[in-house]
Design a protein around this ligand. Structure first.
Ligand code: HEM
Length: 350
């Protein structure tokens, strides 16, 4: 995973170097840049394909998320999603196109497996191994169909790209708003890696960077709410709920609650995580759950933290950054917590 991460970070830095040019500074909207970066990472590490193949999938998934939010306003109309209105037709078209692209990737891989020309041990390889075991009649209880593989690929593209680019974007914005933390993070990165490529041992040792990422995840959680459904009658917080009730857990509210975090809950204070997650709030680790909790906790959280640490370290090694006058602070939910008008920063080459 690390070589693929290095390669993607390297390409991002080279692109920014070119944008900055001989003048040494320029304005960049880092939000689409970081989306491309995390898209590239998930394409290479999970599917072995280049970003070019995945680019269309990300565009389509982004459009699908916007349409989904728009159509959720009509959820109270029974059967609305089956009506042949333009929005529903477009959502169907997008679904078909994404499936078509993924099926193409899967078929290409199948051919390569048949010819024995692939040794890619990526997520797709693992999923397809399970799929071919099914066809050979093995692992009947654990088997995945091609449809399952497509569904899992869609989930990974969405879950793996969008969330991590949101984390990196808000981190760059927060470090532009709080330049003393930017300086402290850069000092740590240079002390651990100098100008060398970040390695796994060093990434684990980054304390200031980790505190900053946690504080960003607290204030700007990429996933703002979790949903659950009761499967039997149960009591929750003194209220008895029947079976089949949909519950929404707005984790962003828990992350901003002064009763849990203190009167400075709205302030950016990475030092609250200096002694780890369990000491950061007034009541242990419980109120901090940016990756969810329990059996459905995010399976990509270590991946995401490694990717964010690596990306941020390589950026800090080469650039300093500040808010551009054209930046307007507007966190906005389109499934994940986006910067509504972009994240325009001024990059300075170091
Ligand atoms: C900062 C980055 C990320 C955040 C904040 C995040 C957050 C979350 C949250 C809140 C959930 C739902 C948990 C629940 O319902 O209790 C989730 C699920 C999931 N995440 Fe992440 N995630 C991130 C990155 C990733 C990455 C990089 C991947 C894949 C490489 C990934 C793959 C998944 C998958 C597959 C699930 C569904 C797990 C299940 O339903 O059992 N996530 N994530």
């Amino acid at each position: 995973m690390l070589p693929a991460l290095h390669a993607c970070c390297g390409e991002l830095i080279d692109r920014w170097d070119e944008l900055v040019g001989p003048g040494g500074s320029c304005e960049v909207d880092v939000w689409p840049e970081l989306q491309s970066f995390t898209g590239d990472v998930i394409s290479r590490t999970a599917f072995g394909s280049s970003y070019e193949v995945g680019r269309r999938i990300f565009q389509l998934q982004g459009e699908q998320a916007e349409l989904f939010i728009q159509s959720s306003r009509y959820m109270h109309i029974p059967g609305y999603r089956f009506l042949p209105v333009a929005r529903n037709k477009r959502m169907k078209e997008i679904d078909a196109e994404v499936r078509g692209i993924l099926r193409g990737i899967i078929e290409e891989r199948e051919k390569a497996i048949e010819k024995g020309t692939t040794d890619q041990e990526d997520l797709l390889g693992l999923l397809m191994e399970s799929d071919s075991n099914e066809r050979r009649g093995k692992s009947k209880n654990l088997r995945m169909t091609t449809e399952d593989v497509i569904q899992e690929c869609k989930l990974f593209y969405f879950a793996g790209q969008e969330t991590t680019s949101v984390l990196l974007t808000w981190t760059m914005v927060a470090l532009s708003m709080h330049p003393s933390w930017q300086v402290r993070a850069r000092e740590e990165v240079l002390e651990v890696f100098g100008q060398n490529k970040p390695d796994n041992d060093g990434l684990i040792r980054l304390k200031i960077v980790t505190m900053i990422l946690y504080e960003v995840l607290r204030l700007y959680p990429p996933v703002v709410l979790l949903t659950r459904r009761t499967y039997k009658v149960m009591e929750l917080g003194g209220i008895t709920l029947p079976e089949g009730v949909s519950l929404t857990l707005p984790l962003i509210f828990a992350h901003h609650d002064p009763e849990l975090w203190g009167e400075d809950a709205e302030e950016f204070k990475p030092e609250r995580f200096a002694e780890g997650v369990s000491k950061a709030s007034k009541c242990g680790a419980a109120p901090f759950f940016p990756f969810g909790w329990g059996p459905r906790i995010c399976i990509g959280q270590s991946f995401a933290m490694t990717e964010a640490k690596m990306g941020l370290s390589m950026i800090l090694q080469r650039f300093s950054f500040e808010l551009s006058p054209s930046y307007a602070h507007a966190p906005h939910t389109v499934i994940t917590l986006h910067p509504q008008h972009g994240a325009q920063l001024i990059l300075h080459k170091l």
